[in-house]
Design a binder for this molecule. Structure first.
Ligand SMILES: C[S@@+](CC[C@H](N)C(=O)[O-])C[C@H]1O[C@@H](n2cnc3c(N)ncnc32)[C@H](O)[C@@H]1O
Length: 382
């Protein structure tokens, strides 16, 4: 598939690398992009497309993923892709026409409402992260159909493939991922709180949790206390299993991040746990627990920045002016995660019940109430 037709401004040497490319920004953050090909492939596998199917994509972006879907469902298939921004829609139509896929129907709308005209769909896929499952996605999906979406669980995202049952959705596969959030009427309650100028550090928190940006900003400027944990983890474990553990166990957990061009901006204020490239920009993030005037974060050595493979690297806890009890709390989470056998994120099971149906909750499950759905989260025995 000619990715260069969808990213005409990216050089030919770069466009076939396994990188996301941001194509539109607002307030210094990307709001549209061509996603990283590796995660696109994982999500298309999760979608399990068959020739002739009707598919709805929410988040048209450049149109590249829609072209891949069109290729997989073939000439008998039908695909509608929606984007919330008119300029993005116009460009996606041009790219799809240039690549010979003008049979893809590109529409400008808020994808939270699905596409009532085109429904029902055998498959629905989101390429922006969602905090909830909207009524339209549930109702517009055929029985036995699949919904694949990056689901945000306190700022840790999992790409979940759900199968539609009569009264609920049941996950069939889960994979680590990271996408920009859905905007519009169904945007989640997460807040991005800048701690200095637009290209400086920021935290992402859920809901109306009180937060004091100036105190946190001051805390990040002080020399932090770094403590070894004695624990080693692969980068993938730290970004996936451990981050999800902290998110589910601690309501004060948050994402501390910086998104900037590393050749221009010093990013060292944010301890390194997770790093990904988007064109020339890099996002460096860590998981943290917020205290009153400070925070406690996780870190790993920087030499391993690109090592997402097998090696287990030492993890440390970095304290930015937080109360000692918070450091203890982070230690206890790490110990509990280790005792639990570092549960794999792909062993996660999620059932999603629309609010007007009765949720089946087992004793070991964790329940997250959303506006439209109840998420029941448990784990397969490993
Ligand atoms: C990561 S990009 C999509 C990548 C795209 N699938 C591709 O192959 O290039 C996410 C897109 O979701 C769109 N988006 C965000 N909120 C939306 C909403 N409520 N409805 C429709 N599109 C939305 C953004 O404008 C952005 O273009």
């Amino acid at each position: 598939m000619p990715r260069h037709a969808f990213l005409p401004d990216v050089g030919i040497d770069d466009v076939y690398t396994d990188r996301a490319f941001p194509t539109k920004h607002a307030d210094g953050k990307p709001i549209s992009s061509s996603s990283q090909p590796a995660i696109m492939a994982i999500m298309l596998e999760q979608l399990a497309l068959q020739p002739g199917q009707r598919v709805l994509e929410i988040g048209a972006g450049t149109g590249y993923n829609a072209a891949l879907i069109a290729h997989l469902v073939g000439d008998r298939g039908q695909i509608v892709t929606i984007d919330i921004d008119e300029d993005v829609v116009v460009a996606a139509r041009q790219h799809l026409a240039a690549a010979g896929f003008d049979r893809v129907d590109v529409r400008c709308a808020d994808g939270g409402y699905g596409d009532p005209e085109g429904a029902p769909f055998d498959r629905i896929i989101l390429t922006a992260s969602a905090w909830d499952i909207t009524p339209a996605w549930f109702e517009q999906l055929t029985l036995g159909g699949r919904l694949v979406l990056p689901l945000s669980l306190r700022q840790v995202q999992q790409s979940v493939a759900f199968e539609r049952h009569q009264d609920h959705l049941e996950s069939v596969s889960v994979a680590d991922c990271g996408f920009m959030p859905l905007r519009g009427d169904f945007a989640g309650p997460q807040r991005v709180v800048a701690l200095s100028q637009p290209s400086g550090p920021f935290v992402v928190v859920e809901g109306d949790r009180p937060i004091d940006p100036s105190a946190l900003s001051e805390a990040l400027k002080t020399a932090p206390m770094e403590m070894a944990t004695g624990l080693r983890a692969t980068v993938a474990e730290a970004c996936g299993s451990l981050s999800l553990w902290l998110a589910l166990e601690d309501p004060d957990s948050c994402l501390l991040s910086i998104y900037a061009d590393p050749s221009v901006v010093d990013r060292s204020a944010v301890p390194l746990l997770i790093e990904w490239s988007a064109g020339d920009m890099k996002q460096r993030s860590t998981r943290a627990i917020l205290g009153k005037g400070g925070l406690v974060a996780l870190a790993r050595p920087s030499e391993t920045a690109h090592d997402f493979q097998e090696a287990r690297v030492p993890l440390s806890i970095v304290n930015f002016r937080a109360e000692p009890a918070l450091v203890e709390r982070m230690h206890s989470h790490l110990e509990a995660w280790e005792r639990a056998g570092r549960p794999r994120t792909d062993a996660l099971r999620i059932s999603a019940y629309p609010k007007d149906r009765r949720a089946q909750v087992t004793s070991d499950a964790r329940v997250l109430e959303r506006r439209w759905t109840t998420l029941v989260i448990s784990r397969d025995r490993q």
